[in-house]
Write a protein that binds this ligand. Structure first.
Ligand code: ADP
Ligand code: MG
Length: 701
């Protein structure tokens, strides 16, 4: 039988096969080590005594040392037990304690003048703070009190008798089993250089902290270890790749780049210039480029894509640009063709609805190399698409493309060399986080907007202002403008959401009737033809209002649209709202974003919508989003290929430790890139664990 961390959970005292099975299905816990890897999500601090005068009702739990001033029993209705009301005081204030049960026993115990420690959750009743059924302990028991961990649980576990107290006891037995066998997992020198506490101390303290200070040290150790190993595994790939010569050298800038550049109707922003320079360096380096280009909506990523593509073409390679939707691919094709006009480079568009005859021409153009730039959707990565000489793949809006799809692009060459990859995203992710989420990618940021972009005025209103909103739309439409109206579409409530969208559409049509108004609708259940038809009608100005789901979230450019109305806006994430808002404010007119909110929204939601009205800084909004919802909610996180599930650390909240562990991992790898030295043995072993093994996509063919 395995012992220590490897011991099966069922052999721990008070567990047995039945509970063990439940722990497996409910929490994925199979061994003692798994159990100890579940950390408390908060602690009840019983080392502190609160002053009654300073207690606020929003505190989770408080502990007071107070003397009974008076007590009274209030009778219940028709023979039922009543309640016991006890007024206690501690010199800073008074508080009522209320008991509904065990009154006969408690009454005589809580005599006037006696002092106790009371521990419970403050609530507000009749405008005053009180506590219902606090725990009662002798007045001198607090000093021996410790912080108690509170663990995630499930309904089934609770029903099986795994209460908070049982969980604490199990953790105690698990520690007793594990600690004697425990081996340190980090090399001695790392522990020393980073000033970390030993693993055994960290594990004990994270489950049973003696005080805040020890807990902080324990958490730091556990978080650092997780992030350090994560960064090591990501950076190791990158170190290996950057030393290899499997890329395609593109030494020239080329004539096409210069022709396009000289014909630009505006000058590039400083940020665009900087990013193009970074890309240019990558392209001529000889190793494969894997770069993430971040830039807020409207920051001018398309121009960067075009100029990068022209470097590839100028070096006699082909370039493909993939967009997440057909609508977007069409739009890119139209825009890019304009930029290409002065260069003579031939571009083509390939999507699911390209007719067969056209498709044939494109196939031969790609094979003989006469098509320099191909723009399209997922259709581009199908095996039937064969290039003569693909040198650069550009992917717009990363979050719709997984790592596997990126890898399929790499197989478009048969000589073993890898096309360069540029991934563009408008999802603003803090830099350290981006470096980790997209571990193997280098990151470039366009952090400057082209001049002349007008701020979008954002307001948040309730149902009572709906008619005023309609009037406002009429005014804008009368001025020749157009409006978006967006409805949420959430996977879990899809059926109802479609119902709401349909109802909303009908309401709009009746409020904005033909022939004065034309309303189009676009959503995911339409066929591609219908969708494109409606979208094109709006883009070309034949419809005044476009009612839709978030399908228009990415990229669509309709400069004449000046109003974005978002229904049930509290149901969207801030980053998503920001993306939607970016659809307006692209033309020369003043633009508006109107957030419609439901009647009963939480304080939290209200705060988020206020922030939305107050700022247009995508990074600030993304950061706030992450704090509230965790980075797991960021689209693309799942596809990012992050090799581990973080237990102690959070990429959003622990950004300082993320940066620190990344720096340290870089130093370790610079000294020993393959981690083969004696002193890094533990690290090499840890990275061999299955969770850190990444697929080597460069080998896929
Ligand atoms: P993104 O894809 O990053 O959201 P786009 O590439 O669509 O942004 O650019 C948004 C708009 O800004 C486009 O109309 C584009 O022509 C314009 N634009 C891009 N770069 C500049 C610049 N340097 N100066 C002025 N306008 C620019
Ligand atoms: Mg774009």
């Amino acid at each position: 039988m395995a012992s220590g961390l490897e011991m099966e959970l069922q052999y721990l005292p008070k567990v047995g096969p039945k509970r063990a099975a439940l722990f497996k299905t409910e929490l994925g816990v199979e061994t003692v080590g798994d159990l100890l890897g579940i950390y408390p999500f908060r602690y009840i601090d019983r080392s502190k005594i609160h002053a009654i005068g300073e207690i606020r009702p929003d505190q989770a739990f408080v502990q007071i040392r107070a003397t009974v001033l008076s007590e009274s029993v209030l009778p219940g209705k028709s023979g039922k037990e009543g309640r016991l009301s006890v007024i206690v005081g501690d010199g800073t204030g008074e508080m009522e304690l209320v008991f509904f049960k065990r009154i006969k026993w408690l009454g005589p115990k809580l005599t006037q003048g006696s002092t106790f420690i009371f521990f419970g959750k403050p609530t507000v009743f009749n405008g005053r703070v009180n506590m219902v059924h606090p725990e009662i302990d002798p007045p001198d028991s607090a000093s021996s009190g410790v912080m108690t961990g509170v663990y995630p649980s499930t309904e089934k576990l609770k029903n099986a008798g795994v209460t908070a107290k049982v969980m604490n006891n199990l953790m105690n037995s698990a520690l007793a089993e594990a600690l004697p066998h425990l081996k340190e997992t980090l090399p001695e020198y790392v522990i020393h250089e980073k000033g970390l506490v030993p693993l055994s101390f960290a594990l004990r303290q994270v489950h049973f902290p003696t005080d805040q200070n020890a807990l902080a040290k324990a958490l730091y150790r556990l978080k650092f270890e997780e992030l350090f190993l994560l960064e090591l595994s990501l950076l190791k790939q990158k170190f290996i790749r950057s030393r290899s010569d499997n890329g395609i050298p593109m030494p020239r800038v080329g004539e096409f780049f210069n022709k396009c550049y000289n014909a630009l109707p505006y000058s590039l922003t400083g940020a665009q210039k900087r990013v193009i320079k970074e890309i240019r360096e990558d392209l001529k380096s000889g190793s494969q480029m894997n770069r993430l280009l971040q830039g807020d909506v409207g920051s001018g990523k398309t121009m960067v894509a075009v100029l990068s593509a022209l470097i590839a073409v100028g070096n006699a390679y082909q370039c493909c640009l993939m967009a997440p939707t057909e609508v977007l691919a069409n739009q890119h094709y139209a825009n890019i063709s304009r930029y290409l006009a002065p260069t003579g480079v031939q571009a083509a568009l390939l999507t699911g609805s390209t007719p067969a005859s056209q498709r044939k021409k494109i196939d031969s153009g790609l094979r003989d190399g006469s098509i320099g730039i191909i723009i399209g959707t997922h259709a581009l990565i199908e095996d039937t698409v064969v290039f003569r000489n693909l040198g650069l793949a550009i992917i717009d809006e990363q979050h719709r493309f997984g790592v596997d799809q990126r890898a399929r692009l790499w197989s478009k060459r048969t000589d073993g060399r890898l096309p360069h990859v540029l991934v563009m995203t408008a999802t603003p992710i803090p830099r350290t986080l981006a470096m980790t989420l997209y571990g193997d990618l280098d990151v470039s940021v366009i952090d400057e907007m082209p001049p002349g972009r007008k701020p979008v005025q954002t307001i948040c209103i309730g149902e009572n202002k709906r008619l005023a909103m309609y009037n406002f739309l009429r005014d804008e439409i009368a001025k020749g403008r157009q409006a978006f109206i967006v409805y949420p579409l959430i996977f879990e409530s899809e059926k109802m959401d479609y119902q709401n969208l349909q109802n909303g559409y009908e309401q709009i049509v009746s409020r904005f009737p033909l022939p004065d108004y034309k309303v189009a609708i676009v959503h995911g259940q339409q066929t591609t033809e219908v969708k494109n038809f409606n979208m094109d009608a709006f883009a070309a100005g034949r419809a005044d209002i476009l009612v839709s789901t978030t399908v228009i979230e990415v990229g669509v450019d309709v400069p004449n649209a000046s109003v974005m109305v978002i229904e049930s806006s509290e149901r969207f994430g801030l980053s998503q709202l920001h993306q939607l808002r970016g659809r307006v404010g692209r033309g020369s007119e003043k633009s508006y974003c109107i957030l419609m909110r439901g009647e009963k929204i939480s304080k939290e939601s209200r705060k988020r919508l206020e922030l939305m009205c107050a700022t247009e800084d995508g990074f600030a909004l993304a950061e706030e989003d992450m704090k509230m919802r965790g980075p797991g909610d960021l689209e693309g996180t799942q596809q990012s290929g992050l090799p581990i599930d973080l237990k102690a650390a959070s990429l959003a909240r622990d950004s300082r430790i993320v940066a620190e562990s990344r720096d340290y991992a870089t130093r370790v790898l610079e000294a020993d890139p393959s981690l083969s030295s004696q002193r890094n043995e533990l690290l090499a072993t840890a990275l061999q664990g299955s969770k850190y093994i990444q697929k080597d996509y460069s080998k896929i063919s």
